[in-house]
Design a protein around this ligand. Structure first.
Ligand code: FAQ
Length: 331
């Protein structure tokens, strides 16, 4: 959708390929500071382009791998209605992945290259999708907490300085808010249900709370990309700011559900108007990002198999394309 017409580089880009004069960089920063959107054919510093390709492709991979934990419950959803809703949600995540790969392609990389980086382990995807979905309540917890955290992070991305990414985020956020509500609805039903159902909801919150908090990434002091990403207005809020906002809105929702957030140090601070919370296990986040989470290997094995199983579709599409091109050339 975004890649149409990008086959030809603009003359300004061609002329200045590889050249980054202080004047170019200052003019670029002035456009960012003036809240102008940077578009695909505009000149941009190589590091800005690299940062976007890294973030957008990792975001796309997260959406695609993120289908697996919920896909695990498609055949076991408790009612036909819940199954239809979950099926639609999982399909939405696939769609988000596709918009994001398209947004990434506008920066001059191909979807094949991005996918290859995922399959070879070069590119990351969100830590959260390396945790297992053990009960139906986990589907509620993912919608409520994981989509909730995703929205908190992605609403500011609708104002990201790079136009194609910002525009893709608008639709993604609308769909994510539906996802968040369906998750909360599952949690509400369970927490108002039998004792056993309430226990399931509490157990899911216990297991998903801290991994959801970790989704926002390392603390600001350890976040290596934040300073530049914020100067370039790719990121509008720091990791810790978004984490705090998420905790502030989510704790009252847990209270409404009658569930206990698994953090004994959680306390509302009337002086700041924010919740104070306990220490995050950064070692756990590092391990999951390094590939040693509970499900990393399983998630990647399944993705590689799905990619291999789809090779005949790609071959058929290529053969069809070649045939059409040959016909056109002969006409
Ligand atoms: N997991 O310097 P920073 C969703 C990496 S979508 C894994 O702070 P940055 C929808 C980071 O890449 C969820 N890796 O980096 C859904 C970097 O490594 P690198 C995904 C992480 O980019 C719901 C290094 O650590 N959302 O959930 C994580 O400035 C339900 C240093 O970190 C997005 O991708 C992590 N949690 O900030 C789908 C949103 N955190 O690349 C299905 C867009 C950090 O140098 C079901 N992305 N790392 O090798 C962002 O906003 C940013 O990239 C952050 C990280 C905030 C994730």
């Amino acid at each position: 959708m975004y890649t149409q017409g990008l086959d030809q580089q603009g003359p300004a880009n061609e002329r200045r390929e590889g050249v980054e004069s202080p004047a170019d960089i200052a003019a670029f920063q002035a456009r960012i500071d003036a809240e102008e959107k940077i578009e695909a054919k505009d000149w941009m510093p190589a590091a800005y382009r690299r940062t976007l390709i890294r973030q957008i492709s990792q975001h796309a991979h997260s959406e695609i791998i993120g289908m697996q934990p919920e896909g695990n419950w498609l055949t076991r959803a408790p009612t036909l209605k819940r199954k239809a809703i979950l099926l639609a949600k999982v399909q939405d995540e696939a769609g988000h992945g596709l918009y994001l790969y398209s947004a990434g392609e506008t920066l001059g990389t191909s979807r094949d290259e991005m996918v290859n980086d995922l399959l070879t382990g070069k590119a990351k995807y969100s830590s959260i999708f390396n945790y297992p979905t053990l009960s139906w309540a986990d589907i509620g917890a993912i919608g409520w907490l994981v989509d909730g955290a995703a929205i908190m992070n992605q609403i500011p991305l609708c104002r990201c300085s790079y136009g194609p990414y910002a525009r893709a985020m608008v639709r993604v956020c609308k769909e994510e808010s539906f996802h968040q509500r369906q998750g909360f609805d599952i949690m509400l039903k369970l927490s108002r249900g039998t004792e056993k159902q309430k226990e399931m909801a509490q157990d899911a919150l216990n297991r998903w709370w801290w991994p959801s908090i970790m989704m926002f990434g390392p603390s600001d002091t350890d976040s290596k990309h934040s300073a530049l990403s914020m100067a370039w207005k790719i990121k509008r809020f720091s990791n810790d700011e978004l984490r705090q906002k998420f905790i502030d809105v989510t704790v009252p929702q847990a209270e409404f559900l009658g569930l206990r957030v698994p953090d004994s140090e959680l306390e509302f601070d009337t002086a700041t108007g924010h919740y104070k919370f306990g220490a995050i296990d950064w070692q756990e986040l590092r391990e999951v990002i390094a590939g040693n989470g509970p499900c990393n290997r399983q998630r990647m094995a399944r993705r590689r198999k799905a990619h291999d199983d789809g090779s005949w579709v790609r071959a058929a599409a290529r053969a069809y394309g070649d045939k059409q091109a040959a016909k056109k050339a002969a006409a």
